[in-house]
Write a protein that binds this ligand. Sequence first.
Ligand SMILES: *Cc1c(COP(=O)(O)O)cnc(C)c1O
Length: 227
Amino acid sequence: MTTIQTRISAVRERIATACQQAGRSPDAVALLAVSKTFDADAVAAAHTAGQIAFGENYIQEAVDKITRLRHLPLVWHCIGPVQSNKTRLVAAHFDWVQTVDRLKIAQRLSDQRPVQLAPLQVCIQVNVDGGPTKSGVVPGQTLELARAVAALPHLRLRGLMCIPEPAADFAAACAVFKRASALFDALNQAGLGLDTLSMGMSADLESAVASGSTMVRVGSAIFGRRN
Ligand SMILES: *Cc1c(COP(=O)(O)O)cnc(C)c1O
């Protein structure tokens, strides 16, 4: 096995253990492999280990990889900031966008989604810990944005994602993740029918899984340290 394949097995093991400790089914949490800054060969190696879903932050870098790997049945998630001038590329090449935090961007993505493609799967990014420089809608405005996004014709709202600041310890991380989880539950009680709560990365996936994450986004634990 290659290093990437060995690391993917180890990450899957971590997810399974975290699910077991939380009394959740081992298939309750999906693994998104975050391949930003790594090349198409690294993605292909991860695919050999059975990995299908990949996350990318930088649009042009991602489009190059998506195009090169067109022959593989991969699912691509945009997890980086999306500016207005990039929505057309995102709508044409990605399957998911997890970083929608403004209606204007969602409207452009819907308008620009090519009609022959399935609806673009969308998560709303929420700023759960109030980080001042961070993107993400504030929790109090999430329901209103979610309703507006859910009404757009070429998008399908799937859930929420968050990127909290690193926490001091497991309990502190859980406290923040549980805020996202409570918001997710509230939106579902309001009838939005969400199935995806994207939270947890290489360093904190255990606390995210303990707090209700349904998708962890793992980069360095799979591909190694980024420059
Ligand atoms: C880079 C990135 C990740 C992966 O981070 P690691 O610590 O390498 O696992 C996850 N989510 C987002 C939004 C990222 O930008």
